[in-house]
Design a protein around this ligand. Sequence first.
Ligand code: PLP
Length: 436
Amino acid sequence: MSSPPDLEGPWIEAGLPHLWLPYTQMKTAPRPVPVTGTAGSRVILADGTQLVDGTSSWWTACHGYNHPHIVGAVRAQLDAMPHVMMGGLLHEPVCRLAERLIGHLPRPLDRIFFSESGSVSVEVALKMAIQYWRNRGDASADAPHTAFICFDGGYHGDTTGAMSVSDPDEGFHEAFRGSILPQIRLPLPQTPETKARFLRTLTEQRHTLAGVIIEPWILGAGGMQFYSADVLRFIRAACDEQDMLLIFDEIMTGFGRTGTMFICSGHGVVPDILTLSKALTGGTLPFAATVSSSKVSEPFLSDDPDAALMHGPTYMGNPLGCAAAHASLDLFEAEPRMAQVARIERGFRELLEPARSLPRVKDVRVRGAIGVIEIDGLDNIPWLKTRFIEKGVLVRPFGSIIYATPPFILNDEELEQLATAMVEVTAEWAQLPRAA
Ligand code: PLP
């Protein structure tokens, strides 16, 4: 049943020995699947197979792939000015995008630093928070204001600062334990005990802390763990009480994935610093944003040159990224994306429900365009990936979950194919022979 489909792509053999692959044991991993095209909600393989996409390419392609409006905008920008540095120069696409994106975000968020990837936007957020205290004149040997409170199951990227605030137990950063900055990692404050622990730590460590960083409402790479927005309200109130900075990492949740454009706009809890990336360009170009409130940017505006934020990536504010982001916002404004997310949510709720009664299924949960089947002791992941391809869908289980985060434009038929495959493959997986 599960011999790998013939997927061709002879160029893989030429390049594979010379490539590093992401999160992959390159010696033993199955040959990657050769892909030659994308279109709408489909990923097209070298042998012509079209897979219904359940990944949105790591949660980026919210409008589907190759959307003509985004492609056209990027093409026009390519002719006009593919790139120019932001050192001493400024171009219209970045100015207009800053103004427009701020228009989509709640006040007091009002100033944006554009960079090239989610991890870098997190680095910028951490540096901003640390330098904020220094610029305010509050940092000293006794009160360094350099550490962060972060949370179990959190993931914020693979650069060293981002790793330091991520949960090493999620497996991404185990090899670097001991060589990255120590931070204060706590369980999410969801119970009386964990709330008390959070408040105690925040109060006692206030002078060592630069801020609190969290993925709001959903811990994504930590296994699509959902939690209540009350937790965010609790953390916001505690940070206000202690005059502490709060950073929301909306790199995964931003741009509609959960049914509101952003968690901070949809749930009325506004951070001091916000990071965005992934769907910012609708899945076309690497681009990211770190957005600060006026409270955070204020101490950087000074007659002292040393108060300037010392960060400036070469491709900062890249005009192609700006063009793609503008076009993506056009689509959010012109097309019924939130209604599409709500439709996917309803579809997942109905179609994934039968998985709940399957052996070893621990939980079935849905939030916005995210459908999750959590399994006790998920194994045979390469088998699962191959089986999904045989079923005509692209689903990449990890950790303990089989999950899908499809493009919002998925039609009803594709949604049914995707969700049905998730349930059927989970049922088949449960029957696989296992060592006692
Ligand atoms: N933060 C969150 C919440 C993420 O989900 C990710 C990526 O999955 C990142 C940060 C890192 O983004 P990037 O891979 O673009 O560096």
